[in-house]
Design a protein around this ligand. Structure first.
Ligand code: 13P
Length: 260
């Protein structure tokens, strides 16, 4: 049965909209922003949330060049709402300049900045408090997968957010399943591997609240490209993608968006 038909039956209230996000990480320049905007002309609502996460300093430049169908966000956010925290950016400031999303707990920050599950949960909470939509990233290393611990790791990361913010808060943002072994490696999780993990995550949420489980968007990240996007999106449990490398060129990101 087609994915869309099944969803209408599955839940009359909630239709999960696809979410396709471009995480540029620490890549880009003003020149690249201009080039990207010329090539990525999203002139209509495709029935998906399309969100760009440029490095924070380029937020304004991107905003000035993209259409109203492209939303913007920041790749991280501070916990405090304001004050003497040099280098931090508050969620309310993201909102103030027109951003509507933030990424929290990306594995690169969990590794490079030693961000703990608790800190990630606090960032999720600060985003919600500022009326932003946080995407919380979860995912296991290859060693953890091979040891059979993948779901235990993912579930622990998610539980921290649920404990602090409550399960229903997940609907205000999204969950991104990003297995570390698939990030930037060209090794994509197979649609079945990703689909299985997404289903397990949804089951975990359903154990706490059925409505949240049906409504929450679970997107996949890890070497998504124009060739594999369609197969990933064909999985019922995959509600979109968080794209790294392939989001840096307008043409490949547009092809991924088109794959919905
Ligand atoms: P790649 O698409 O480059 O593997 O990066 C995935 C990612 O980390 C997105 O947040």
């Amino acid at each position: 049965m087609a994915r869309r038909e099944r969803r209408v039956e599955f839940d009359e209230v909630w239709m999960r909209r696809y979410l396709i996000a471009a995480n540029w990480k620490m890549h880009g320049s003003l020149e690249m922003v201009h080039k990207f905007a010329e090539g990525f002309d999203q002139g209509v609502d495709l029935g998906a949330d399309v969100v760009l996460f440029p490095p924070a300093v380029y937020l304004g430049a991107v905003q000035g060049l993209t259409s109203k169908y492209v939303q913007l966000g920041m790749q991280d956010v501070g916990v405090a709402s304001e004050g003497a925290h040099t280098g931090e950016i508050a969620a309310s400031m993201v909102k103030d300049v027109g951003g509507s999303w933030v990424i929290v707990g990306h594995s690169e920050r969990r590794t490079d900045q030693s961000e703990s599950d608790v800190l990630v949960a606090q960032k999720f909470a600060s985003a919600i408090a500022a009326d932003l939509s946080p995407i919380v990233c979860v995912g296991e290393t290859l060693a953890q997968r091979e040891a059979g611990d993948a779901f235990a790791v993912v579930s622990k990361q998610l539980q921290a957010v649920i404990e602090l913010c409550g399960v229903s808060a997940l609907v205000k943002g999204a969950i991104a399943y990003e297995p570390l072994w698939a990030i930037g490696t060209g090794l994509t999780a197979t649609p079945e591997q990703a689909g299985q993990m997404h289903a397990s995550i949804r089951e975990l949420v359903a154990g706490l609240d059925q409505d949240t489980a049906q409504a929450v968007r679970i997107i996949y990240g890890g070497s998504v490209n124009p060739e594999n996007a369609g197969l990933l999106f064909a999985q019922d449990e995959i509600d979109g993608a968080l794209v790294g490398g392939a989001s840096l060129q307008a043409a490949s990101f547009a092809a991924i968006v088109a794959a919905i």
